[in-house]
Design a protein around this ligand. Structure first.
Ligand SMILES: *Cc1c(COP(=O)(O)O)cnc(C)c1O
Length: 395
């Protein structure tokens, strides 16, 4: 296996990336390709793009324009604040929907910015209905129904109340009725079909509106889950839709850390806080510049590898705040130098593989990525080489 270097322009090895501990590369061409792939799979359904949590940690300012360029016209965020921030990065005609909807004091800010609220409860419907009446105009909204996850959305009893009291929706234009799948990453789970049937049954009680159920994994369940609009997030960023088939999406994220120091251990030498790892034979080790403050889960040690030319470099002992120590014994002597870099994420060891080592999911790997990596956006058609990113581009 060769070290895959495509995600890292050669200039990234130098200034200013050398001032940071590690370089995070984000491949905007892969992002756009993933959007187009999911959109094609969704067939006639509108393919929105979910960019909550700073586009899953990848930077909404860089990610949203690329998704819009690739064809996205509808964006979803979680909070009103995220919607306000997104406004600056998409064209005026782009739709922004706020999944959590507004709390009472945020209704005005939400509507003033043209953010479309998802309404999850009768109380929330009431707050926005009052605001619509006060403003003397109709307001476009999304209704979310709870079809089994017990997380967000109107209950069956709420839906029946809305159906029997149409005045509760006065001034509100229901533009979409949505729900969310709890088990979409497990295609055989019977809960998927039950939730789809529940959405159809409850929506039939309400004024007719387009329907939406699928997030990333749901799109891959098949057309009976696509309805009128799909809401992928993770798939755009390269996370596998399920564990049952090979990941059809392109890797978006790469992470390469500087070696800070190398040493040779004798049998009996120990490594790291708590001296929890002990060499039983001579080992060569390297301390690399990424730690738990950079999103490298402290409990990931012991199962996680760094990589050099396809060789696994196991993490030894506990991960520190700013560094971790890896075993480089298997790398032929002379290939790693005091200033070399090793991969923590690359196209062959991606977010899903790292997530498995850390006993979490790719989503958590992405959203935990640290803020102090030097970030390089490639493939976006703009100046993306490190040297052009310039001083202070991203601290
Ligand atoms: C986060 C979220 C999505 C996107 O989910 P992915 O699994 O990342 O595609 C879609 N819909 C809702 C309601 C969400 O909260």
């Amino acid at each position: 296996m060769e070290l895959v270097t495509t995600a890292f322009p050669p200039s990234c090895a130098g200034w200013p990336a050398s001032r940071a501990g590690a370089v995070l590369s984000i491949d905007l061409a892969a992002l756009a390709a993933n959007y187009r792939r999911v959109a094609a799979l969704a067939g006639g359904a509108v393919c929105a793009a979910v960019v909550k949590a700073d586009a899953y940690g990848l930077g909404v300012a860089q990610v949203a324009p690329v998704l819009e360029q690739a064809g996205a016209r509808q964006f979803f965020v979680a909070h009103v604040d995220e919607g306000l921030a997104l406004r600056a990065h998409v064209s005026a005609g782009a739709g922004i929907t706020v999944l959590h909807g507004p709390r009472p004091d945020a209704v005005t800010a939400c509507l003033a910015a043209g953010l479309r609220p998802v309404l999850n409860s009768l109380e929330q419907i009431g707050w926005v209905r009052q605001a619509a009446r006060a403003a003397g105009r109709g307001v476009g909204v999304v209704l979310q129904l709870d079809t089994g996850m017990s997380r967000f959305g109107l209950s069956e009893a709420d839906v029946i109340e809305l159906a029997s009291t149409p005045a509760l929706l006065e001034g509100l234009h229901v533009e979409l009725i949505m729900s969310h799948l709890a088990c979409a990453d497990t295609p055989a789970d019977p809960a998927n079909a039950m939730q789809a049937a529940c959405l159809r049954r409850l929506a039939a009680l309400l004024p007719p509106a387009p329907l939406s159920l699928a997030a990333s994994s749901g799109v891959f369940l098949g057309p009976e889950y696509h309805f009128d609009l799909v809401r992928p997030g993770a798939a755009l960023y390269g996370v596998a839709p399920n564990r049952e088939s090979p990941n059809p999406l392109q890797a978006v994220v790469g992470l390469r850390a500087h070696i800070l120091q190398m040493r040779t251990l004798s049998p009996g030498d120990r490594v790291g806080y708590g001296l929890t790892w002990q060499a039983s034979a001579p080992r060569r080790v390297a301390t690399i510049a990424a730690g738990y403050a950079d999103g490298q889960a402290r409990h990931g040690a012991g199962r996680q590898c760094a990589w050099f030319k396809g060789i696994c470099l196991p993490v030894l002992g506990r991960i520190s705040m700013d560094s971790m120590t890896v075993d480089i014994t298997d790398v032929p002597e002379g290939q790693l130098e005091a200033d070399s870099m090793v991969d923590l994420l690359n196209p062959t060891y991606g977010v899903d593989a790292l997530a498995e080592a850390q006993e979490t999911i790719g989503y958590e790997i992405l959203t935990s990525l640290g803020r102090r990596y030097h970030r390089v956006y490639t493939g976006g058609g703009q100046a993306t080489a490190c040297s052009q990113a310039g001083e202070g581009a991203r601290a």
